[in-house]
Write a protein that binds this ligand. Structure first.
Ligand SMILES: [Zn+2]
Length: 157
């Protein structure tokens, strides 16, 4: 007993929910991208390259807990988010890693650049500096939001 924090929903402290509720503020803030999803820069201070976390704004432990609108929006949002991130960062690909091991559905979006080693994948890439380039992070989140606003996912179902 003792020491375990709880969020406003009464669950054991969930870092994703703490981001959503503003207890934890990631660099450049949290951006609501609609239909129950938000995106923010990852909290990893040791990251050598930019990467983002896309998560449900509500506490969902597993994909089968997503509301129908959240599940459908994931399919609409993810191609646009990753496409804009590729373009904005000059990345060759965006690796998408689905995780729920901290009891909250979220996806890590990690930029993969031409020249990155082929044998380092997924979250391991985060610890590697991008080859031969410097990426300015200060405006990246706001640029992504502008790009998404100018290219909204279809809401017609
Ligand atoms: Zn949560």
């Amino acid at each position: 007993m003792g020491g375990e924090r709880h969020n406003s929903a009464g669950n054991a402290a969930c870092i994703c929910c703490e981001v959503t509720t503003g207890v934890i503020v990631p660099p450049q803030g949290v951006h609501n991208i609609g239909s129950g999803w938000s995106i923010n820069r990852a909290l990893d201070e040791n990251a050598q390259r930019p990467y983002f976390v896309m998560q449900t704004t509500a506490h969902r432990r597993d994909l089968d807990e997503l509301a129908p609108g959240e599940a459908e929006a994931l399919g609409r949002l993810l191609p646009r988010v990753t496409g804009h991130l590729k373009r904005l960062m000059g990345a060759d690909r965006i690796h998408v890693i689905y995780l729920n091991d901290i009891d909250h559905v979220h996806l890590h979006l990690v930029a993969y650049f031409r020249g990155d080693p082929d044998n380092i994948r997924g979250l391991e890439l985060v610890g590697q500096a991008p080859p031969g380039r410097t990426i300015t992070l200060e405006k990246l989140s706001s640029q992504l939001m502008v790009a998404l606003q100018n290219d909204p996912p279809s809401t017609v179902l």
